[in-house]
Design a protein around this ligand. Structure first.
Ligand code: ADP
Length: 249
């Protein structure tokens, strides 16, 4: 198993309830996982724990046989080999696209850096945009730069926080598919969080649905639709199951 999250519990200081309760998930190399849930369900907490920005109360986190966290270990965030794509992309406005991407490659030799830069620019199809500044790009292109920057150092895992929330509705459909292509082409293991049922169904290999810090469902998008039809679990979007019969899945 490539990523193992085992029985992780976490509470914020002074909180009355756990933000995450016995969260367990195993992820294969190259899998695209969506964590789906309403605001406050614990989605960002999963990302923060994996990234090492918070420390679990208990549990175990392992990536490719390396323990990130257990009762004896806490691996520092910078040593975890995890890339992040933030909701607002967090690109450096005063650096060009190429400089933004090179920023994370400071440990590499000059020739290797240049090669890697070309590879990731090609991956996100921005070969001709290396010299532009972020404000000279569309929202979708900025997102692709953020992905290229996260992927460039070859992380084991990338985490994406609500990757579509800053794009207008028209662009979202196109970009969902582009993003899936990029992640699959590069065989990148990824976890993205969303409150949008459609994002999860189109982009993910598997969906983890969270409610009040607990897993309500884990499975493929098509299994989730069956679960909605057969159980009392409610989709986040009204009419989602009916609409999906005519296309989403
Ligand atoms: P989501 O990403 O699904 O919106 P979060 O993981 O941010 O949810 O939050 C899960 C729960 O933890 C919520 O009840 C939220 O109010 C609470 N929470 C989040 N951050 C903090 C914090 N820094 N301090 C206290 N409680 C927090």
């Amino acid at each position: 198993m490539f990523v193992a999250i085992e029985d992780v519990c976490f509470s914020y200081t002074d909180a009355k309830t756990r933000a995450l309760d016995n969260f367990t998930l195993k992820i294969e190399k190259g899998e695209v996982i969506s964590i789906l849930g309403r605001s406050g369900s614990g989605k960002s907490t999963v990302l923060r724990l994996l990234a090492g920005l918070e420390k679990p109360e208990k549990g175990r986190l392992v990536i490719q046989d390396e323990v990130l966290f257990d009762d004896k270990t806490f691996l520092q965030p910078e040593k975890r080999g995890i890339g992040m794509v933030f909701q607002d992309y967090a690109l450096f406005p005063h650096l060009t696209v190429a400089e933004n991407i090179l920023f994370g490659l400071f440990r590499m030799k000059k020739a290797a850096k240049k090669k890697r830069l070309q590879e990731v620019l090609e991956l996100v199809e921005l070969q001709d945009f290396g010299k532009r500044y972020p404000h000279q790009l569309s929202g979708g292109q900025q997102q692709r730069v953020a992905i290229a920057r996260a992927v460039a150092p070859n992380p084991h895992l990338i985490l994406l926080d609500e990757p579509f929330s800053n794009l207008d509705a028209e662009l979202q459909g196109k970009i969902r598919e582009e993003l899936r292509d990029i992640l699959k082409k590069a065989n990148i293991t990824s976890i993205f969080v969303t409150h949008d049922e459609k994002d999860a169904h189109i982009l993910a290999d598997r969906i983890v649905k969270l409610k009040d810090g607990r897993i309500e469902f884990v499975g493929r998008p098509c299994d989730m639709l069956d679960t909605y039809r057969q159980t009392g679990i409610q989709p986040l979007t009204d009419g989602f199951v009916e609409k999906s019969l005519t296309g989403v899945n």
